[in-house]
Ligand binder design. Structure first.
Ligand SMILES: [Zn+2]
Length: 305
Protein backbone atom coordinates (compact mmCIF):
# COMPACT_ATOMS: atom_id res chain seq x y z
CA UNK A 1 0.00 0.00 0.00
CA UNK A 2 1.35 3.38 -0.92
CA UNK A 3 2.22 5.76 1.91
CA UNK A 4 1.37 8.79 -0.12
CA UNK A 5 -0.41 11.54 1.80
CA UNK A 6 -2.77 14.09 0.41
CA UNK A 7 -3.30 17.58 1.84
CA UNK A 8 -6.74 19.10 1.57
CA UNK A 9 -7.02 22.87 2.03
CA UNK A 10 -10.34 24.10 3.36
CA UNK A 11 -11.09 27.82 3.24
CA UNK A 12 -13.00 28.88 6.33
CA UNK A 13 -13.59 32.65 6.15
CA UNK A 14 -10.17 34.33 6.29
CA UNK A 15 -8.51 31.22 7.66
CA UNK A 16 -7.17 28.34 5.76
CA UNK A 17 -7.34 24.90 7.30
CA UNK A 18 -5.25 21.94 6.28
CA UNK A 19 -6.40 18.34 6.32
CA UNK A 20 -3.91 15.56 5.97
CA UNK A 21 -5.52 12.51 4.28
CA UNK A 22 -4.08 9.06 3.76
CA UNK A 23 -5.59 5.97 1.94
CA UNK A 24 -7.46 4.85 5.12
CA UNK A 25 -9.36 8.12 5.12
CA UNK A 26 -10.34 7.55 1.47
CA UNK A 27 -11.64 4.01 2.18
CA UNK A 28 -13.72 5.28 5.11
CA UNK A 29 -15.20 8.04 2.94
CA UNK A 30 -15.94 5.55 0.20
CA UNK A 31 -17.70 3.14 2.66
CA UNK A 32 -19.80 6.00 4.07
CA UNK A 33 -20.84 7.11 0.56
CA UNK A 34 -21.61 3.49 -0.41
CA UNK A 35 -23.80 2.91 2.69
CA UNK A 36 -25.65 6.20 2.14
CA UNK A 37 -26.26 5.37 -1.50
CA UNK A 38 -27.51 1.86 -0.67
CA UNK A 39 -29.94 3.24 1.88
CA UNK A 40 -31.38 5.74 -0.59
CA UNK A 41 -31.71 3.12 -3.39
CA UNK A 42 -33.53 0.77 -0.97
CA UNK A 43 -35.86 3.58 0.11
CA UNK A 44 -36.68 4.58 -3.45
CA UNK A 45 -37.40 0.97 -4.46
CA UNK A 46 -39.68 0.55 -1.42
CA UNK A 47 -41.68 3.62 -2.39
CA UNK A 48 -41.86 2.39 -5.99
CA UNK A 49 -43.11 -1.08 -5.07
CA UNK A 50 -45.74 0.43 -2.75
CA UNK A 51 -46.92 2.53 -5.68
CA UNK A 52 -47.01 -0.56 -7.91
CA UNK A 53 -49.01 -2.47 -5.27
CA UNK A 54 -51.59 0.31 -5.04
CA UNK A 55 -51.88 0.30 -8.82
CA UNK A 56 -52.47 -3.45 -8.77
CA UNK A 57 -55.11 -3.15 -6.05
CA UNK A 58 -56.94 -0.46 -8.06
CA UNK A 59 -56.83 -2.72 -11.14
CA UNK A 60 -58.18 -5.67 -9.12
CA UNK A 61 -61.05 -3.52 -7.81
CA UNK A 62 -61.88 -2.45 -11.36
CA UNK A 63 -61.76 -6.07 -12.55
CA UNK A 64 -63.95 -7.12 -9.69
CA UNK A 65 -66.52 -4.47 -10.62
CA UNK A 66 -66.47 -5.63 -14.25
CA UNK A 67 -66.86 -9.26 -13.18
CA UNK A 68 -69.86 -8.37 -11.05
CA UNK A 69 -71.44 -6.52 -13.97
CA UNK A 70 -70.84 -9.58 -16.18
CA UNK A 71 -72.33 -11.84 -13.52
CA UNK A 72 -75.47 -9.69 -13.37
CA UNK A 73 -75.73 -9.85 -17.16
CA UNK A 74 -75.33 -13.63 -17.06
CA UNK A 75 -78.08 -13.83 -14.45
CA UNK A 76 -80.39 -11.94 -16.81
CA UNK A 77 -79.51 -14.19 -19.74
CA UNK A 78 -80.09 -17.29 -17.63
CA UNK A 79 -83.58 -16.11 -16.70
CA UNK A 80 -84.32 -15.45 -20.42
CA UNK A 81 -83.10 -18.96 -21.24
CA UNK A 82 -85.38 -20.32 -18.53
CA UNK A 83 -88.36 -18.66 -20.20
CA UNK A 84 -87.40 -20.16 -23.58
CA UNK A 85 -86.96 -23.62 -22.08
CA UNK A 86 -90.41 -23.42 -20.51
CA UNK A 87 -91.78 -22.43 -23.91
CA UNK A 88 -90.15 -25.50 -25.52
CA UNK A 89 -91.60 -27.72 -22.76
CA UNK A 90 -95.09 -26.34 -23.40
CA UNK A 91 -94.73 -26.95 -27.16
CA UNK A 92 -93.54 -30.53 -26.51
CA UNK A 93 -96.60 -31.10 -24.33
CA UNK A 94 -98.91 -29.66 -27.02
CA UNK A 95 -97.43 -31.80 -29.82
CA UNK A 96 -97.84 -34.91 -27.68
CA UNK A 97 -101.39 -33.97 -26.75
CA UNK A 98 -102.43 -33.36 -30.37
CA UNK A 99 -100.73 -36.58 -31.53
CA UNK A 100 -102.33 -38.58 -28.72
CA UNK A 101 -98.92 -39.54 -27.33
CA UNK A 102 -97.93 -39.89 -23.68
CA UNK A 103 -96.19 -36.95 -21.97
CA UNK A 104 -92.41 -36.74 -21.90
CA UNK A 105 -91.46 -38.71 -18.78
CA UNK A 106 -87.69 -38.18 -18.83
CA UNK A 107 -86.39 -37.54 -15.32
CA UNK A 108 -83.84 -34.75 -15.72
CA UNK A 109 -82.25 -35.61 -12.37
CA UNK A 110 -81.01 -38.83 -13.93
CA UNK A 111 -79.22 -36.98 -16.72
CA UNK A 112 -75.45 -36.42 -16.38
CA UNK A 113 -73.87 -33.08 -15.47
CA UNK A 114 -70.48 -31.49 -16.00
CA UNK A 115 -68.37 -29.86 -13.29
CA UNK A 116 -69.90 -27.52 -10.72
CA UNK A 117 -68.83 -24.11 -9.42
CA UNK A 118 -67.66 -24.57 -5.84
CA UNK A 119 -68.02 -22.00 -3.06
CA UNK A 120 -64.61 -23.08 -1.81
CA UNK A 121 -63.12 -21.15 -4.72
CA UNK A 122 -64.05 -17.99 -2.81
CA UNK A 123 -61.46 -18.51 -0.09
CA UNK A 124 -62.55 -16.60 3.01
CA UNK A 125 -65.64 -15.31 1.16
CA UNK A 126 -67.60 -18.55 0.76
CA UNK A 127 -70.88 -16.98 1.87
CA UNK A 128 -70.53 -13.64 0.10
CA UNK A 129 -73.31 -12.30 -2.12
CA UNK A 130 -71.15 -12.79 -5.21
CA UNK A 131 -70.36 -16.41 -4.34
CA UNK A 132 -74.09 -17.11 -3.87
CA UNK A 133 -74.92 -15.36 -7.15
CA UNK A 134 -72.32 -17.34 -9.09
CA UNK A 135 -73.34 -20.66 -7.53
CA UNK A 136 -76.99 -19.92 -8.42
CA UNK A 137 -76.14 -19.00 -12.02
CA UNK A 138 -74.18 -22.24 -12.29
CA UNK A 139 -77.11 -24.23 -10.82
CA UNK A 140 -79.52 -22.65 -13.34
CA UNK A 141 -77.15 -23.36 -16.25
CA UNK A 142 -76.83 -27.00 -15.16
CA UNK A 143 -80.62 -27.32 -15.01
CA UNK A 144 -81.04 -25.62 -18.42
CA UNK A 145 -78.46 -27.96 -19.92
CA UNK A 146 -80.41 -30.96 -18.53
CA UNK A 147 -83.74 -29.57 -19.77
CA UNK A 148 -82.25 -29.13 -23.25
CA UNK A 149 -80.91 -32.69 -23.17
CA UNK A 150 -84.37 -33.89 -22.16
CA UNK A 151 -86.01 -31.87 -24.97
CA UNK A 152 -83.57 -33.34 -27.48
CA UNK A 153 -84.34 -36.91 -26.33
CA UNK A 154 -88.05 -36.10 -26.45
CA UNK A 155 -87.81 -34.80 -30.04
CA UNK A 156 -85.80 -37.84 -31.15
CA UNK A 157 -88.44 -40.00 -29.50
CA UNK A 158 -91.26 -38.03 -31.20
CA UNK A 159 -89.53 -38.30 -34.60
CA UNK A 160 -89.25 -42.08 -34.14
CA UNK A 161 -92.93 -42.39 -33.15
CA UNK A 162 -94.13 -40.19 -36.03
CA UNK A 163 -91.89 -42.05 -38.51
CA UNK A 164 -93.35 -45.35 -37.29
CA UNK A 165 -96.88 -43.90 -37.54
CA UNK A 166 -96.18 -42.77 -41.09
CA UNK A 167 -94.78 -46.21 -42.00
CA UNK A 168 -97.89 -47.85 -40.49
CA UNK A 169 -100.15 -45.48 -42.39
CA UNK A 170 -98.27 -46.19 -45.63
CA UNK A 171 -98.79 -49.92 -45.03
CA UNK A 172 -102.51 -49.59 -44.25
CA UNK A 173 -104.92 -49.89 -47.22
CA UNK A 174 -106.76 -46.57 -47.43
CA UNK A 175 -108.06 -46.19 -51.00
CA UNK A 176 -110.29 -48.11 -53.40
CA UNK A 177 -108.35 -50.27 -55.88
CA UNK A 178 -110.27 -48.87 -58.88
CA UNK A 179 -110.64 -45.27 -59.95
CA UNK A 180 -114.15 -45.03 -61.35
CA UNK A 181 -116.97 -46.71 -63.22
CA UNK A 182 -117.16 -49.58 -60.75
CA UNK A 183 -119.86 -50.71 -58.36
CA UNK A 184 -119.85 -53.23 -55.58
CA UNK A 185 -121.52 -56.34 -56.95
CA UNK A 186 -120.85 -58.50 -53.91
CA UNK A 187 -120.05 -57.36 -50.37
CA UNK A 188 -117.86 -58.86 -47.70
CA UNK A 189 -119.37 -61.53 -45.46
CA UNK A 190 -121.72 -64.48 -45.69
CA UNK A 191 -123.55 -64.84 -49.00
CA UNK A 192 -125.06 -67.38 -51.34
CA UNK A 193 -122.22 -68.71 -53.49
CA UNK A 194 -123.11 -68.02 -57.14
CA UNK A 195 -121.48 -71.30 -58.18
CA UNK A 196 -122.60 -73.76 -55.47
CA UNK A 197 -125.83 -72.05 -54.34
CA UNK A 198 -124.78 -72.65 -50.72
CA UNK A 199 -124.22 -70.03 -48.03
CA UNK A 200 -120.50 -69.37 -47.71
CA UNK A 201 -118.08 -66.71 -46.57
CA UNK A 202 -117.03 -64.07 -49.09
CA UNK A 203 -113.60 -62.92 -47.89
CA UNK A 204 -113.50 -59.74 -49.98
CA UNK A 205 -115.46 -57.27 -52.06
CA UNK A 206 -116.30 -57.72 -55.75
CA UNK A 207 -116.18 -54.64 -57.93
CA UNK A 208 -118.03 -55.08 -61.21
CA UNK A 209 -116.47 -52.98 -63.95
CA UNK A 210 -115.32 -53.02 -67.55
CA UNK A 211 -112.61 -55.54 -68.41
CA UNK A 212 -109.23 -53.85 -68.88
CA UNK A 213 -109.82 -51.09 -66.29
CA UNK A 214 -106.73 -50.29 -64.20
CA UNK A 215 -106.24 -51.78 -60.74
CA UNK A 216 -104.11 -49.88 -58.19
CA UNK A 217 -102.20 -50.88 -55.07
CA UNK A 218 -104.16 -49.63 -52.05
CA UNK A 219 -101.09 -49.32 -49.78
CA UNK A 220 -97.29 -49.54 -50.02
CA UNK A 221 -95.81 -53.04 -49.95
CA UNK A 222 -93.98 -55.84 -51.69
CA UNK A 223 -95.51 -58.28 -54.18
CA UNK A 224 -95.60 -61.74 -52.61
CA UNK A 225 -96.85 -63.33 -55.81
CA UNK A 226 -98.35 -62.48 -59.19
CA UNK A 227 -99.62 -65.73 -60.70
CA UNK A 228 -102.62 -67.80 -61.74
CA UNK A 229 -104.34 -69.41 -58.75
CA UNK A 230 -107.30 -71.78 -59.40
CA UNK A 231 -110.58 -70.00 -58.61
CA UNK A 232 -108.90 -66.56 -58.18
CA UNK A 233 -107.50 -66.55 -61.74
CA UNK A 234 -104.61 -64.15 -62.29
CA UNK A 235 -103.95 -62.88 -58.79
CA UNK A 236 -101.59 -60.41 -57.17
CA UNK A 237 -100.86 -60.60 -53.43
CA UNK A 238 -99.06 -57.70 -51.77
CA UNK A 239 -97.53 -57.89 -48.29
CA UNK A 240 -98.05 -54.38 -46.95
CA UNK A 241 -96.48 -54.82 -43.52
CA UNK A 242 -97.69 -54.06 -39.98
CA UNK A 243 -99.88 -57.21 -40.33
CA UNK A 244 -101.61 -56.13 -43.55
CA UNK A 245 -101.73 -57.92 -46.91
CA UNK A 246 -103.98 -57.29 -49.95
CA UNK A 247 -105.17 -59.66 -52.68
CA UNK A 248 -106.48 -58.74 -56.14
CA UNK A 249 -108.13 -61.55 -58.15
CA UNK A 250 -109.62 -62.36 -61.58
CA UNK A 251 -107.23 -59.99 -63.40
CA UNK A 252 -106.92 -60.09 -67.18
CA UNK A 253 -103.30 -58.99 -67.03
CA UNK A 254 -100.80 -58.42 -64.23
CA UNK A 255 -98.36 -55.47 -64.28
CA UNK A 256 -96.14 -56.43 -61.33
CA UNK A 257 -93.76 -59.27 -60.51
CA UNK A 258 -92.92 -61.25 -57.39
CA UNK A 259 -90.60 -59.30 -55.07
CA UNK A 260 -91.43 -55.92 -56.62
CA UNK A 261 -91.98 -52.98 -54.27
CA UNK A 262 -95.12 -50.93 -54.86
CA UNK A 263 -96.46 -47.64 -53.59
CA UNK A 264 -100.08 -46.80 -52.87
CA UNK A 265 -101.67 -45.82 -56.21
CA UNK A 266 -99.24 -47.80 -58.41
CA UNK A 267 -100.81 -49.68 -61.34
CA UNK A 268 -100.63 -53.43 -60.62
CA UNK A 269 -102.87 -54.97 -63.30
CA UNK A 270 -106.16 -54.86 -65.22
CA UNK A 271 -109.70 -56.06 -64.49
CA UNK A 272 -110.57 -59.40 -66.10
CA UNK A 273 -112.69 -62.49 -65.84
CA UNK A 274 -110.12 -65.19 -65.13
CA UNK A 275 -110.67 -68.02 -62.62
CA UNK A 276 -114.07 -68.81 -61.11
CA UNK A 277 -115.88 -65.69 -62.31
CA UNK A 278 -119.27 -65.00 -63.86
CA UNK A 279 -118.26 -61.70 -65.48
CA UNK A 280 -115.49 -59.07 -65.50
CA UNK A 281 -114.88 -57.98 -61.93
CA UNK A 282 -112.16 -57.42 -59.33
CA UNK A 283 -112.13 -59.53 -56.19
CA UNK A 284 -110.40 -57.36 -53.57
CA UNK A 285 -109.37 -58.85 -50.25
CA UNK A 286 -107.59 -57.37 -47.21
CA UNK A 287 -106.05 -59.56 -44.55
CA UNK A 288 -104.93 -58.32 -41.17
CA UNK A 289 -102.77 -60.77 -39.22
CA UNK A 290 -103.85 -63.53 -41.65
CA UNK A 291 -107.60 -62.93 -41.02
CA UNK A 292 -109.79 -61.40 -43.71
CA UNK A 293 -111.35 -58.04 -42.81
CA UNK A 294 -114.08 -55.98 -44.51
CA UNK A 295 -112.32 -53.84 -47.20
CA UNK A 296 -115.11 -51.26 -47.08
CA UNK A 297 -113.65 -50.12 -43.74
CA UNK A 298 -110.33 -49.45 -45.46
CA UNK A 299 -111.54 -47.15 -48.20
CA UNK A 300 -111.13 -43.84 -46.44
CA UNK A 301 -110.82 -41.90 -49.66
CA UNK A 302 -114.14 -42.91 -51.20
CA UNK A 303 -114.20 -40.41 -54.05
CA UNK A 304 -111.42 -42.39 -55.76
CA UNK A 305 -113.96 -45.15 -56.48
ZN1 LIG B 1 -115.09 -62.11 -54.72
Amino acid sequence: MSNKKYILFIENGSEMQEMHLNWKHFISIFIVIFVLLSISVFGVSKIFSKFQYQKKIAKAYKENDNLELSLNLMQKKVSELNKKINNIKEKDKAIRLYSNLPENDINIDELGTGGRVNRKLFVGNENSQKATKLVNVDKSLTRISKELQSALISYENLTEILKRKKQKLDATPTIAPLKNNAYISSSYGKRVDPFTGRIGMHDGIDFATRSGNSIYATADGKVKYAKYIGGYGYTVKIINGFGYSTIFGHMSKMKVKKGQSVKRGDLIGYVGNTGRSTGPHLHYEIRYKSQSVNPIKYMWIRKKL
